[in-house]
Design a protein around this ligand. Structure first.
Ligand code: KIV
Ligand code: ZN
Length: 512
């Protein structure tokens, strides 16, 4: 058997992942995710695109300062201003800081987007890499839309940027177009035709438009790629990126035919996936590989029987290997602060004393109303109480009258920019009345794009969980709220979305 080769895991959840509609995160949220990614032991964390906005710059800088062992990458286009800005944010990570510069190389991008010739693209790429190398040897170059680039030209670009000092060269499938055999051949071609290829690491970055991002990444690894760019839960631009948990677990599970390993501590995968869902409000589909709610559930009687006899009859990996513990029923009314804190730690939450106190108070209130508290309830508490952005708007109290009799009326009191405000609105239903009251108090012009209500766990005493998607000025955000009263949960979700929108628009200097 071949010796086991290490594959570098480059996580871009905070950059490409954040480009998912509704996935924008504020700095505190990014810091939380970055801390969890370090726990997961990814090799590289792409923390953002520093020139994109002040918020992005600050986030990259803070992640660079707060992390300890993962390398921190910042994306930049191939021009001096972008590169200088990226390094200004990344330098706080010292040697761990990686400048990741890119330019498109496909005919279609060169002709319509860049309006540049091949030589101009090469000159720009080389100049960018040289400028970046002036700051740090840790430089990555990406040939955007590499998959649709003519191979001889791609090989020239790769050779020139390596000669200019790039230590990692990324070959992205920007539009999610390739299939495994084709991608294998592209990487193989570069390995065979780029004279200095051994002086750099070849990286792959796949989008999932055809559902092939993970398969393509694995094919590229088999062809000699040594770094995989991926995101937690596969979030990212359009159909998303290669899912970290899927590619890592495929490598771990099929060691018999894939002689590769990663440094990822797979036992933290589940907690990381949940944390990301909690922070962004983007839930994982139940049948999602590795981290979906049904990924380890055996429904058919014949399967259940088999698993009871011998797990490996239907289980190719253990739930424990991704950190999914069996004791989902966790706490109740009599559970103490210690047990509560311990369970949160097991779930991947690293709360300070103040946040833990706040969460514990909320837990006790819930435990008075609900007999059994599950992990999902704890996620909701953390999302609702702790993972909060700066709040321009706060719900103070509310009361709703509804039924088959009188017109539904919501009376809502809120704090808006530090001032208490109150109003009552009659409308078609209790949620409609509540949302209209909140709109009136905040003066928001945002459009409601989507609204979902669900129960977090089973039982009539379950907490309600709501998600609200708002759009304003081309920006989309997701808000979440949880409460044992479903209308209060809806109000919280709506207000959370408004706060996120305010924060996003402030970062990009818009206004509500
Ligand atoms: O998809 C892509 O091409 C990218 C690059 C900028 C790396 O995200
Ligand atoms: Zn991408």
């Amino acid at each position: 058997m071949d010796s086991i080769k290490n594959i570098i895991i480059f996580d871009t959840t905070l950059r490409d992942g954040e480009q998912s509609p509704g996935a924008s995160m504020n700095i505190e949220e990014k810091l939380r995710i970055a801390a969890q990614l370090e726990k997961l032991n990814v090799d590289v964390i792409e923390a953002g695109f520093p020139i994109a906005s002040e918020g992005d710059f600050e986030a990259v800088k803070r992640v660079a300062k707060a992390t300890r062992h993962s390398q921190i990458s910042g994306l930049c286009r191939s021009n001096d201003k972008d590169i200088d800005c990226a390094w200004k944010a990344l330098k706080h990570a010292g040697e761990r800081g990686r400048i990741h510069t890119f330019i498109a190389t496909s005919d279609i991008h060169m002709q319509y987007k860049l309006k540049m010739s091949e030589q101009q693209v090469i000159d720009t790429a080389v100049a960018a890499v040289r400028r970046a190398v002036g700051y740090t040897p840790n430089v990555e170059f990406s040939a955007e839309d590499a998959v649709r680039t003519r191979l001889p030209f791609l090989a020239r670009v790769v050779e020139e940027v390596i000669a200019a000092g790039a230590k990692v060269v990324n070959i992205p499938d920007t539009v999610g177009y390739t299939i495994p055999s084709e991608y294998f051949n592209i990487i193989k071609y570069l390995k065979d035709h780029v004279a200095n290829v051994e002086q750099a690491i070849l990286s792959v970055h796949c989008h999932n438009d055809l559902g092939l991002a993970v398969a393509n990444s694995l094919a590229a690894i088999q062809a000699g790629a040594e770094q995989v760019e991926c995101t937690i839960n596969g979030i990212g631009e359009r159909a998303g990126n290669c899912s970290l948990e899927e590619v890592v677990m495929a490598l771990r599970t099929r060691q018999d035919i894939l002689p590769y390993q990663t440094n990822v501590v797979t036992e933290h995968i589940y907690a990381t996936s949940r944390l990301l869902s909690t922070v962004t409000g983007i839930v994982v589909q139940p049948n999602k590989a590795i981290v979906g709610a049904n990924a380890f559930a055996h429904e058919a009687g014949i399967h259940q029987h088999g698993v009871l006899m011998e797990k490996t009859t239907y289980e190719i990996m253990t739930p424990e290997s991704i950190g999914l513990t069996q004791n989902r029923l966790v706490l109740g009314k009599h559970s103490g602060r210690h047990a509560f804190g311990q369970r949160l730690t097991e779930l991947g939450y690293d709360l300070g004393k103040e946040d833990l106190d706040k969460a514990f108070v909320r837990f006790k209130t819930l435990a008075d109303k609900k007999k059994d508290i599950y992990d999902e309830d704890l996620d909701a508490i953390v999302a609702d109480e702790i993972v909060r952005i700066e709040e321009r708007y706060r719900l103070l109290e509310m009361n709703v009258a509804s039924g088959s009799f009188a017109a539904p009326t919501a009376t809502v009191a809120m704090e808006v920019d530090g001032k208490r405000k109150k109003t009552a609105v009659m409308a078609n239903g209790p949620v409609d009345a509540t949302f209209k009251a909140i709109k009136k108090l905040t003066g928001s012009q945002a459009t409601l794009k989507d609204f979902t209500i669900g129960a977090i766990t089973g039982g009539t005493d379950a907490q309600g969980e709501c998600t609200v998607r708002l759009q304003h000025d081309g920006r989309e955000v997701l808000g979440q709220g949880a409460h044992s009263d479903i209308i209060v949960a809806s109000a919280k979700a709506y207000i959370n979305a408004l706060n996120k929108l305010a924060s996003v628009l402030q970062r990009t200097s818009g206004g509500l």
